[in-house]
Design a protein around this ligand. Structure first.
Ligand code: C3B
Length: 832
């Protein structure tokens, strides 16, 4: 072997500072093709990422090989979204070589932070659902579970949000523009995915009726693999994302001019399938391209799963013992019909056997009860795009309804609610019902949400299948959300209880006894202050606003949605502004209200609320009469990277959704783990957070889900009366409606006022306002007592152990998937 090559082989694996440095220089020259003098920061990022990836590959292959040798049962997490964020710090941190890397870069005169900052944020998701998928990948790999992620390699991730005159404007997010050093293209892993065409009936070899899907358009799904580094670097799992490629058919044959251009256009159109992520969060837009995306990645993933299974097996009987497929919401639910098609049409299984296998293999997670988010595709469209699947869905439905009738299940009204087809108006396929029926387990994402599922959307199904619904309260990975994002606090924690908490977050409970330790409190405050300084500098860079590090950082970061009630927060802001102006001699606790979050581009009300917050910020921040006491900041372009800076700096966590509407929330967990005190409603996982941190260490306000339900059932309430009886609310609304914050367009906020009054205030903003202000006042009062505040903040951090996504994933593994950890055999040498 060439001596130079051999030296690179050894360099490739070394983990010490010198070895890293040498391999960076090699990579820069031989793979990035730059000289150290000419290299940009981005070049260095690519260099370091490629060098790190090198150190992962052997272990990755070992892991995959171990799964194969053991023929281990794998879990396949099918998700239309993976909100990954950046990977460099994450990989280094999970490999345990972050300090070595920092020093190696130091010796090259480079700053690790600058290099890490050059990585684009992989935003292949909208919000909670996509980030949960990313946390699960980290947890599965960290626990040695054989877990694969399957999704779409969108060329454009979630749009970039900018503000122009305070309005949200969307720009394309081009994360792949300069290439992606983490992924491996697999041009040989290609599966055909079909659309349109028609179904032909024929007789099979034993004379039974059978079907084939013909004259369909074909697209190819090509795999891109990203290694998922588990904590400690022992297990490296795979995230496989599909990209659409035109079939090569078009290269062959002979075209006249017109046909040639048509063929090229066709190619471009079919590759649009993986072009862009739909920017709607928890609302369904009903676009055909979206439905095609869902089928595209689901079909490719199932073909890949069956191919892997068939390497070891000749019959499908064992599929449920070797593969668990988790449907992340209904987005991949068409997979139930697709697996039936593959088993029955392509592999000639009998219907009943195929159905048993399908049901035993799939499980479904529901993430929302919002009616506008429950996918229901027009039958006419499904028939046109996937004609064979429509037949299969009819068949599943007919068998189910007949069996239910035969068993004497309820009346016709109940049967029509159980039906996979909504027969009211234009007929639609109810994807939630399909997912429920085709799965052996169905779970909600918090205790309250799971209860509500049983009482509402799936009440009838729950009656039929009482053992199917179960709860798996969400969790977050402590690696990204504490160790990486908050080095100041992590180091403090490790100095007291060791580093066991990183892979076993329950150990963080040992900090509870430190809540009364004055020295520890002081250090805890110092860590928070450091993070607040970091955030203040970030705010100054992003918006130009100057904020007081000693003010309360009151943080609401999440997607913009009426049910999340950013409006309630901004109304309180206006009320507080008025109080401060009315009482200039009072010594106020200074407050900085920090907002961040994107609105779906077509969600006008949410965009108007963004504009309102920006308008309020403009007035408040320039009013010398409240000068340092109140600031309002809206940070643009909230994403995983921004969250990593904002969350560790928060004092208050705003979790103020209308009770019954937030399925779980996960930002609530990240903020509490980082020592923020929650102001929240008894909604989603807030209920369980209260149980863990204790009612004295959280500010709960507002109506409960039951009260909301009763109020709505009794015909609602009169918001005008509530407003009239609350002078501070009335004044805030009057200011907004008379144009105090929008002198250039006094009517701008009429739609908001309208919704809160004549519109009936569906989200109960006015109804909860007074109690929300009470909770805010209590928090501000407590903040004056910095010792007591810190004690509660420490208790929050110390009580969040249960909310690790390691715990969540273990529950799925035991109670739904029946998968077990596999210890990879490492054949490679030189690694540790
Ligand atoms: C979200 C829910 O809105 C959150 O309450 C929940 O914590 C997360 O899912 C994860 O379970 N969600 C989302 O982000 N997108 C949807 N389409 C539906 C729910």
């Amino acid at each position: 072997m060439d001596a130079r090559y051999k030296s690179r082989e050894i360099e490739r694996r070394s983990l010490d500072v010198d070895g890293l440095k040498r391999s960076f220089l090699e990579w820069l020259v031989y793979s990035v093709g730059k000289d150290a003098r000419a290299a940009t920061r981005r070049d260095w990022f690519h260099t370091v990422a490629l060098a790190v990836r090198d150190r992962v590959v052997d272990r990755w292959m070992d892991t995959t090989r171990s799964y194969y040798h053991e023929d281990a049962k794998r879990v396949y997490y099918l998700s239309l979204e993976f909100l990954i964020g950046r990977l460099l710090t994450n990989s280094l941190s999970n490999l345990g070589i972050i300090n070595e890397c920092r020093q190696a870069l130091d010796r090259l005169g480079l700053s690790m932070d600058d290099v890490a900052d050059s990585e684009p944020d992989a935003a292949l998701g909208n919000g909670g659902l996509g980030r949960l998928a990313a946390c699960f990948l980290d947890s599965m790999a960290s626990q040695g579970l054989p877990g694969y992620g399957y999704g779409i390699r969108y060329e454009f991730g979630l749009f970039e949000q900018r503000f122009e005159h305070g309005w949200q404007v969307e720009y394309p997010e081009q994360w792949l523009q300069f290439g992606n050093p983490w992924e491996f293209a697999r041009p040989e892993v290609l599966y055909p995915v079909q659309f349109y065409g028609r179904v032909e009936e024929f007789r099979d070899s034993v004379g039974e009726r059978a079907y084939r899907w013909v004259d369909a358009d074909r697209v190819l799904a090509m795999a891109y693999d990203t290694p998922v580094v588990g904590y400690g670097g022992d297990t490296i799992n795979t995230l496989r994302l599909w990209s659409a490629r035109a079939t090569r058919d078009f290269n062959f044959g002979h075209f006249n001019d017109g046909a040639y251009m048509k063929a090229v256009e066709q190619k471009i159109l079919s590759e649009n399938l993986s072009r862009v992520l739909y920017p709607n969060d928890a609302t369904e837009t009903g676009k055909e391209l979206r439905f095609k995306q869902e089928y595209f990645f689901t079909s490719a993933s199932l073909q890949d799963i069956l191919r892997r299974y068939l390497q070891h097996h000749t019959s499908f009987d064992n599929l449920p013992n070797k593969a668990a497929i988790q449907l992340n919401d209904t987005h991949p639910a068409i997979g139930i019909a697709e697996l039936m098609r593959l088993l029955v049409d392509q592999h000639a299984l009998r219907w009943d056997a195929a159905w048993e296998i399908t049901r035993a293999t799939f499980a479904y997670t529901n993430h929302t009860l919002l009616p506008e988010a429950l996918e229901a595709w027009p039958v006419r469209m499904v028939e046109r795009v996937l004609p064979r699947h429509m037949q299969i869905i009819y068949e599943i439905n007919a068998k189910f309804l007949n069996r239910s009738k035969a068993r004497g299940t309820g009346d016709n009204a109940k049967l029509s609610r159980l039906s996979l087809i909504d027969e009211r108006g234009d007929r639609r396929v109810r994807m939630g019902n399909l997912a429920f029926l085709g799965s052996h387990k169905v779970n909600g994402v918090s205790a309250l949400h799971t209860d509500l599922m049983k009482q509402t959307v799936f009440a009838d199904f729950h009656e039929e299948f009482p053992d199917r619904i179960n709860n798996k309260t969400n969790g977050i990975t402590p690696r990204r959300w504490l160790k990486q994002a908050n080095p100041a606090l992590s180091e403090l924690i490790t100095s007291r209880i060791g580093e066991g908490w990183i892979s076993d977050l329950e150990q963080i409970g040992a900090l509870k006894e430190k809540a009364d330790d004055l020295v520890f409190r002081e250090e805890f405050r110092r860590a928070k202050r450091k993070n607040k300084k970091r955030l203040a500098a970030y705010i100054a860079r992003q918006t130009g606003d100057e904020v007081q590090v000693d003010s309360i950082f009151d943080v609401q970061v999440k997607r913009m949605h009426e049910y999340k009630r950013q409006l309630l927060n901004v109304l309180h802001t206006v009320a507080l502004y008025n109080e401060m102006r009315d009482n200039p001699t009072v010594s106020w606790v200074p407050v900085t209200k920090i907002f961040a979050g994107k609105a779906a581009p077509s969600y006008h009300m949410a965009k108007l609320i963004i504009k309102l917050i920006n308008d309020v910020a403009k007035v408040v921040n320039h009013d010398p009469s409240v000068h340092d006491n109140l600031k309002v900041v809206y940070l643009p372009n909230y994403n995983v990277t921004a969250a990593e800076i904002i969350i560790p700096a928060a004092d208050i966590s705003e979790q103020i959704s209308t009770a019954g509407m937030e399925a779980s929330g996960t930002g609530n967990m990240k903020l509490a783990l980082n020592g923020a005190l929650t102001i929240g409603t008894l909604d989603g996982a807030n209920v369980e957070i209260r149980e863990h941190v204790g009612p004295d260490n959280i500010f709960i306000f507002g109506m409960t889900a039951d009260e909301v339900n009763d109020l709505r059932a009794s015909g609602g309430f009169n918001p005008r009366e509530v407003i009239a009886s609350n002078p501070s609310l009335k004044r805030a609304l009057d200011m907004i409606s008379t144009g105090v914050f929008s002198p250039d367009d006094r009517n701008r906020y009429h739609p908001i006022l309208q919704a809160l009054t004549d519109g009936g205030d569906h989200f109960l903003v006015t109804a909860d306002f007074a109690d929300y202000c009470r909770a805010q006042d209590a928090a501000m009062e407590l903040y004056r007592d910095s010792e007591e505040w810190t004690r509660k903040a420490i208790l929050n951090t110390a009580s969040m152990g249960w909310f690790s996504s390691d715990r969540t994933v273990n529950e799925y593994a035991k109670e739904i998937w029946d998968v077990h950890p596999v210890k990879p055999v490492h054949e490679g040498e030189g690694f540790r």
